[in-house]
Design a protein around this ligand. Structure first.
Ligand SMILES: CC(C)(COP(=O)(O)OP(=O)(O)OC[C@H]1O[C@@H](n2cnc3c(N)ncnc32)[C@H](O)[C@@H]1OP(=O)(O)O)[C@@H](O)C(=O)NCCC(=O)NCCS
Length: 433
């Protein structure tokens, strides 16, 4: 793929908002992904005062969809008052699902199929569907098919108590059986990422996110969200951030995925989170004709995939050099980096791989490393470890934060990069001018 600007219409990211990211099982436990996405999209439309009739398409990402609303995007679109004649569809690329929605929107615009697209992501891990066991589901099916009362009851005569045990979705790779946390442990081990370094990284994430929250820097992107059932309380900041934490407190936590020898803890992992992000993209000329000054533009992007048997969460180190090359840039041109922090072990593994000549030569087939990341430009307001990670929505947060911050500090180029289950990787270069 060539630089997007040369490929077709230039794609503007006009605006974006998100709900606060809220630890699952807390303030948003009575809100579904559909409702969170609707809230974000209504606010988006209101803030930029766009006539919903201008919207050509709606695309949302999610990772664990509700069986009751599998095409989440369509429900969000209808709920947000976008005309029913506007098509909407849902995508999944694990933790890069909102990024996928955004690049699908870009492709719709570049191809000339749409001029204005709403794209984002929503996830409610509080509302995660829990299944019955396969045996119990088979009994339910046989009973449903029964033609009379006896046939409807008969399947249950073989029921054991253990058949009623819930089947909770595991955050594990179907191909390897390893959970995300176990994969992070593997990366910590193989890349020699110490517990101390992981805790220091997590501490940095919390301190930066806490300061940004206290300074009100993230106010622009975060929607005040009324909390059901009585809507008398408002959530307006990310509630997983722990300004009161310390390296000492972090170092005392027990490893969670490998109790005996592990280094990955609840604090140096991203927490289970509920939230949504919603952005609006337009063809540059359309944005101008409607009188908008976009937050920025998409310059390039790349997706990659590795074997899940290898190190699962190394996507950023593989996708970034391709996105940079397509942008005609190097890491030195990049003013800000937003990297999804699934785990400190994953982020540190990628940061080290960026700087490693050995990694470049052996894994990327390149003579030179991607480059050393300047930590003063990296996740400057903390990352998913502190802020939280509603799987399908995080890519939207990274995009909104980097564009707002580029504008605030007068930078031009930003790099967004995400690792995702299935050993997928994503990187995007955005530009303000
Ligand atoms: C890691 C995980 C299992 C932890 O879940 P949990 O046990 O519910 O986590 P909690 O928030 O209750 O934290 C556990 C303990 O650590 C403590 N803790 C967590 N973060 C802390 C911090 N920053 N500072 C100090 N203590 C902290 C909590 O206070 C709690 O202590 P307590 O038991 O005394 O109450 C869960 O967040 C998880 O599965 N995360 C990974 C998600 C994932 O795989 N994402 C995919 C990435 S791509």
């Amino acid at each position: 793929m060539r630089k997007l600007g040369n490929n077709g219409k230039r794609v503007a990211i006009v605006y974006g908002v998100r709900t606060p990211f809220i630890k699952s099982g807390t303030l948003f436990k009575n809100l579904s992904a559909q409702e969170l996405g609707r809230i974000a999209t209504v606010e988006l439309i209101n803030r930029i005062e766009i006539d919903p009739k201008e919207i050509d398409e709606v695309i949302f990402g999610t990772v664990i969809p509700s069986p009751k609303a599998p095409n989440l995007a369509r429900e969000i679109s209808l709920g947000a008052g976008i005309p029913s004649s506007v098509p909407a569809y849902t995508v999944s690329r694990a933790c890069a699902s909102a990024n996928q929605a955004i690049t699908n929107a870009a492709e719709s615009i570049m191809s000339g199929n749409a001029d204005v697209v709403v794209a984002g992501g929503a996830e409610s891990l509080s509302d995660m569907p829990v299944l019955f066991s396969k045996r119990f589901r088979a009994f339910l099916y046989d009973s449903y098919k029964g033609k009379n009362l006896i046939q409807k009851i008969k399947p249950f005569l073989n029921l054991h108590l253990r058949d009623l045990a819930p089947d909770i979705p595991a955050l594990a790779e179907p191909s390897t059986g390893l959970t995300m946390g176990e994969s992070a442990e593997k990366m910590a081990r193989e890349n020699h990422i110490s517990r101390e370094d992981q805790d220091a990284f997590a501490y940095r994430s919390h301190m930066l996110a806490n300061k940004a929250t206290a300074d009100g820097v993230l106010k622009k992107e975060i929607i005040h969200t009324l909390i059901p059932p009585d809507f008398s309380m408002v959530a307006n900041f990310d509630n997983g951030i722990r300004g009161d934490t310390s390296i000492e407190a972090l170092s005392k936590l027990r490893p969670i995925f490998d109790r005996k020898y592990g280094t990955v803890t609840a604090a140096n992992s991203s927490p289970l989170t509920d939230g949504a992000s919603s952005l609006i993209l337009m063809a540059e000329e359309k944005a101008k004709s409607l009188g908008y000054e976009p937050l920025g533009y998409i310059r390039s992007y790349a997706y990659t995939a590795l074997s899940p048997d290898d190190q699962l969460l190394m996507g950023p180190a593989y996708a970034t050099p391709i996105a940079l090359e397509r942008a005609g840039l190097t890491l030195r041109h990049i003013d800000l980096v937003e990297m999804h922090e699934a785990f400190a072990a994953q982020a540190l593994s990628n940061i080290r791989a960026f700087a490693s000549k050995k990694f470049a030569q052996e894994k990327l087939g390149r003579s030179e490393p991607i480059g050393e990341i300047d930590m003063d430009r990296f996740n400057v307001y903390g990352g998913s470890i502190a802020i939280g990670h509603p799987f399908g929505a995080t890519g939207g947060r990274l995009t909104i934060t980097i564009l707002n911050e580029l504008r605030r500090r007068g930078g031009n180029f930003g790099l967004i990069t995400v690792c995702a289950a299935g050993a997928l990787g994503m990187a995007m270069v955005v530009e303000r001018e």
